[in-house]
Write a protein that binds this ligand. Structure first.
Ligand code: ADP
Ligand code: MG
Length: 258
């Protein structure tokens, strides 16, 4: 039996009676890269909000590793357990270089003082160099981050998350607004991170989902509609109906979903 990193049971979030999540049951294994898709309003972002403690569930619970019921913990405590979240808009320090941004991220939880006083330990410098390599930012390492492209800023922020050594990375729409080339590179970055992390990616760009997806979960009206490989999901009549709003019989057998 494989070990689960994340399990949700009957997870429900009501906003004044409207159920953004409705009895959502979800689980994923340690080391898995899972892609979540679904129409606008399906509850994808709310799902990440509940996992990270930004929104409290009305019913049900989230289990992360062996921590049952995260409900009692603050957002900060949940992050400390090992969940890192990448928001859609990059949050990097524009006047600092990628190297400095990564240095701050490496030092953040353990020791703030060394970087404030301009010193850094050889161990963390090594990590910063490794992160620059991983994120493909070696050539731009010493340029203020404000001069990076949108894609490069996204990679930098992913690097800053990875610097915190999270066990589970949550990534919301990482390729929105990126060029085709940046999109492919982002896929390669996530695939390489997936070798040593459990990752949930929420995404609309179906070319991108095809590039990275092993298992896809489709959310609809706050519940799991179906789960499987990309091919299985695209051939699922219910998925086709949800995306096209038409009877399955009259819909094409393969469809672009997002
Ligand atoms: P997705 O990310 O899949 O597009 P969301 O999780 O953002 O969907 O939203 C799911 C539903 O919940 C939407 O109908 C949205 O309008 C509603 N919703 C999300 N957050 C709130 C909130 N704070 N108050 C009221 N309704 C909300
Ligand atoms: Mg969303």
């Amino acid at each position: 039996m494989s070990t689960k990193i994340l399990v949700t049971e009957n997870l429900t979030v009501s906003f004044g009676g409207f159920k953004a999540l409705n009895q959502l049951n979800f689980s994923m294994d340690v080391g898995e890269l899972r892609v979540i898709i679904g129409p606008n309003g399906a509850g994808k972002t709310t799902f990440l909000d509940v996992i990270t403690g930004k929104v409290r569930p009305t019913e049900g619970q989230v289990t992360f590793k062996n921590h049952r019921n995260l409900r009692k913990l603050s957002e900060y405590q949940i992050a400390q357990l090992g969940i890192g979240r990448k928001f859609q808009t990059p949050r990097v320090y524009p006047k600092l270089t990628p190297r400095e941004n990564l240095q701050l991220a490496c030092d953040r939880p353990k020791a703030v003082f060394p970087s404030l006083f301009g010193q850094s330990s050889p161990a963390s410098r090594q990590t910063v160099q490794g992160l620059l390599d991983t994120t493909g930012l070696v050539a731009k390492a010493d340029l203020p981050a404000q001069y990076l492209s949108h894609g490069e800023k996204q990679w930098l922020e992913i690097g800053m998350l990875v610097a915190q050594s999270p066990d589970l990375l949550l990534v919301d729409e990482p390729v929105a607004g990126l060029t085709d080339e940046e999109t492919v590179l982002t896929g390669e970055l996530l695939l390489s991170l997936a070798e040593s992390h459990s990752i949930i990616v929420i995404e609309h760009d179906m070319e991108f989902v095809r590039q990275i997806a092993q298992t896809v979960t489709v959310l609809h009206q706050g519940s799991v509609l179906c789960e499987g490989t990309m091919a299985e999901v695209q051939a699922n009549p219910q998925v086709i109906e949800v995306y096209l709003g038409s009877p399955a019989e009259s819909a094409p057998s393969r469809v672009q979903v997002g």
